[in-house]
Design a protein. Structure first.
Length: 185
């Protein structure tokens, strides 16, 4: 391939990637918090809350964007969601207690099936995908007030490179805020 064709191909790729980023940005009105990157720089995380004010009884959502900075493809990562409310952590659902190994006495654990949802397609380095979380799946929002949310994501590429199963491979997203509003009389 000639140098001119290589340059033209590179420019075309940049235009396609830019157009994809612009179109994705145009579809969302969520306020995005700046990204967090792992020590080993194989993933970058950003978080957005589509609605900053949620009426009591409606589901709060958060969107997590994972960008692959590594040299291998990645798929749906292991993750953990954390929320803090006006009085600390809100009451957890059974799912959240099972995921975080904080079951109440007598609650059975969730039996591992080996299945890990593959919601997002595998992405090559430089690409990203967004996962959407219904926070009411993890927590009961029965109190009005301001809440913060962040998500820890397991950096699988960094852990593979090192070969250790260490807690330093959990990458924490930035913190986003939202407010659950009391019902109006």
């Amino acid at each position: 391939m000639t140098r001119l064709r290589m340059s033209a191909l590179f420019v075309a790729i940049v235009i396609v990637i830019s157009a994809r980023s612009i179109s994705i940005g145009a579809l969302t009105t969520a306020q995005t918090v700046p990204s967090a990157t792992s020590k080993s720089a194989t993933i970058s995380l950003s978080i957005a809350v589509p609605n900053k004010q949620i009426p009591m009884g409606q589901k709060p959502w958060v969107h997590l964007t994972v960008t692959n900075l590594g040299r291998e493809e990645i798929a749906y990562p292991r993750d953990r969601v954390y929320v803090e409310g006006p009085n600390g952590e809100p009451p957890t659902t059974y799912i959240q207690r099972a995921i975080t190994n904080r079951l109440k006495p007598g609650e059975p654990g969730i039996r591992p099936t080996g299945f890990r949802p593959h919601i997002a397609p595998k992405e090559w380095p430089g690409h990203s995908f967004t996962m959407k979380y219904d926070l009411s799946y993890f927590y009961d929002f029965k109190e009005p007030g301001k809440y913060t949310v962040y998500i820890d994501v397991w950096d699988e590429l960094a852990s593979k490179a090192d070969g250790k199963t260490n807690t330093e491979y959990w990458v924490r997203s930035p913190v986003a805020t939202f407010e659950v509003q009391a019902p109006t009389p």
